[in-house]
Design a protein around this ligand. Structure first.
Ligand SMILES: Nc1ncnc2c1ncn2[C@@H]1O[C@H](COP(=O)(O)OP(=O)(O)OP(=O)(O)O)[C@@H](O)[C@H]1O
Length: 485
């Protein structure tokens, strides 16, 4: 399924430069605020004398921040805030208020404004609040842009999908990106858990400047895992002849990907829980606490609730990890992704100096019907192989591995041809049997005639026209017989 692109937003796009609008009816206050912001923070600052004028300016050009008085003639600050929200204008609002009107400011805060300042504002305080508001606005705009990108393109950081379930998941990534939350990704092997973890890292404004560090928790025994995650001091155990920096430290300001989290031994689970709670740990054999700011993304193919129920995984750690949960559906539940993935892998594995191969409809049909127990990785491997064997730039059924369900014989394969099912009517079963026999016969004849329709017609005693019809009816890829005997 291909979703329609999101409609173009009807509000002005977020401000590319950080422009501020001061809305204030008292001329002196208005100009002094403008000058202060221009001089101290070098910002571009416009002014309006009331809410109506301010609104007209907000609709005409993009601003990052509005600093507005609440009590003004014509349209006051509250009305301005309400309209900004109703029209979804992407701008941050700070209100200014006289000392006696704190109640109004509190009411405005309840409506979702960023902060309030009492008049006359202290210049230093004003600078700090405005800088913070502009920084947060920039982050919000970035996340919003990212969400639009994810929603529209169905592609992010090489994660491709056309499936509505996956597109929802992209939205979730966009949301998670703006937070520091721990994420638990669940999915069968090869569904793309690590790739999604990388996408979260890349999308996170706060963490993408650091490293993406992956650890396969299932591949290491308890001691190795501890030293791998936390590092060790020189001489902390026999053989530790040098200090070693652990993965948590390497991932500082970045993302730590804990793959196969369900395999972490119980004693290590306690240690992991402590780091997640306190964001600090000591190296093995060390006493000095090391503070870290890391986003943890864990992944598993296991049923975590069952592990918890069976006493193999700590419940408290499970809840710590499961703050945001991402379930990646298996490929067989999103077959609409198969064509787009196939074409992506054809481009990835194109042979040097050649154009990426195309795929025959019969081969694509087979790929769509395969249950793919190894999911996207298995599909990737199948296409990599097919790119090598494909002739004339086309991947045909014969280029696919047998496990994808390539059946040179009857579609009734697997069942005894004379399987009698008394729960079904005889004529129905007879016509199925005839069709299965016919398909088998035609395949054999095509094989002998090396895919040549005329010769196949001679062998079968049917017309060329009938052979062509039968080939279409049974979805036979006659090209696969070329060169075979
Ligand atoms: N949606 C996708 N678009 C493009 N490539 C994908 C997608 N999903 C997975 N892949 C590719 O499939 C392969 C397997 O993905 P990945 O290693 O992320 O899976 P995994 O779920 O972490 O596997 P495992 O459970 O075995 O650790 C990778 O080469 C990855 O690039």
């Amino acid at each position: 399924m291909v979703n329609e692109p999101a409609p173009a937003p009807s509000v002005p796009a977020p401000a590319p430069v950080q422009r501020v609008l001061v809305v204030e009816d008292l001329e002196d206050t208005r100009t002094s605020l403008q000058e202060l912001l221009q001089m101290s923070l070098k910002l571009e600052v416009d002014t309006a004398e009331d809410g109506a004028a301010g609104l007209a300016m907000l609709r005409a050009k993009p601003y990052s921040l509005v600093i507005t008085d609440l009590r003004m003639p014509r349209v006051g600050g509250m009305k301005l805030i309400e309209t900004i929200q109703a029209e979804k204008i992407p701008v941050t609002v700070i209100v200014t208020t006289g000392n006696g009107n704190i109640k109004d400011a509190v009411e405005a805060m309840r409506m979702g404004v960023y902060d309030f300042l009492t008049k006359p504002p202290d210049p230093q305080h004003l600078q700090i609040i405005v800088q913070r508001a502009l920084r947060d606005r920039a982050l919000q705009d970035e996340v919003a842009a990212l969400r639009r990108e994810l929603g529209e393109r169905h592609t992010f950081q090489n994660v491709l999908s056309r499936s509505p379930k996956m597109v929802d998941l992209f939205e979730l990534i966009g949301h998670v990106a703006g937070t520091a939350s721990t994420v638990l990704i669940r999915g069968e092997t090869g569904t793309g858990k690590e790739q999604i973890a990388r996408a979260i890292h890349q999308a996170s404004a706060n963490y993408r400047t650091g490293e993406f560090v992956a650890v396969n928790c299932g591949a290491l025994n308890e001691n190795l895992l501890e030293s791998e995650l936390f590092g060790h001091e020189k001489g902390s155990y026999t053989g530790a002849d040098r200090k070693r920096i652990g993965r948590f430290e390497l991932a500082h300001k970045g993302t730590l990907f804990l793959d196969e989290i369900g395999d972490v031994p119980m004693s290590m689970q306690v240690k992991l829980l402590r780091v997640l709670q306190e964001r600090r740990f000591e190296r093995v054999g060390g006493a000095e606490p090391i503070e870290i700011d890391v986003r943890v993304v864990a992944a598993t193919h296991q049923d975590m609730e069952k592990l918890v129920k069976d006493g193999k995984f700590r419940e408290d750690l499970y809840y710590r990890l499961n703050v945001v949960r991402i379930d990646i559906p298996p490929l067989r539940e999103r077959t609409e992704d198969i064509p787009v993935l196939v074409s992506h892998f054809c481009q990835k594995f194109v042979r040097v100096g050649q154009k990426p191969p195309t795929i025959s409809p019969e081969a694509l049909d087979l790929l769509t019907k395969c249950p793919w127990p190894g999911n996207v990785r298995q599909l990737e491997n199948a296409i990599e192989r097919a790119c090598v064997t494909a002739r004339d730039g086309v991947i045909r059924t014969k280029d696919l591995p047998p496990e994808v369900g390539r059946r040179p014989e009857s579609s009734a394969a697997g069942k005894h041809p004379f399987h009698v099912d008394l729960n079904r009517k005889l004529p129905d079963q007879l016509s199925e049997l005839t069709a299965a026999f016919e398909e088998r016969y035609i395949r054999r004849a095509l094989k002998r005639s090396r895919g040549h329709v005329g010769k196949c017609a001679k062998i079968t005693g049917l017309s060329r026209r009938s052979i062509t019809d039968k080939i279409a009816q049974y979805k036979i890829d006659k090209e696969q017989f070329k060169g075979e005997e």
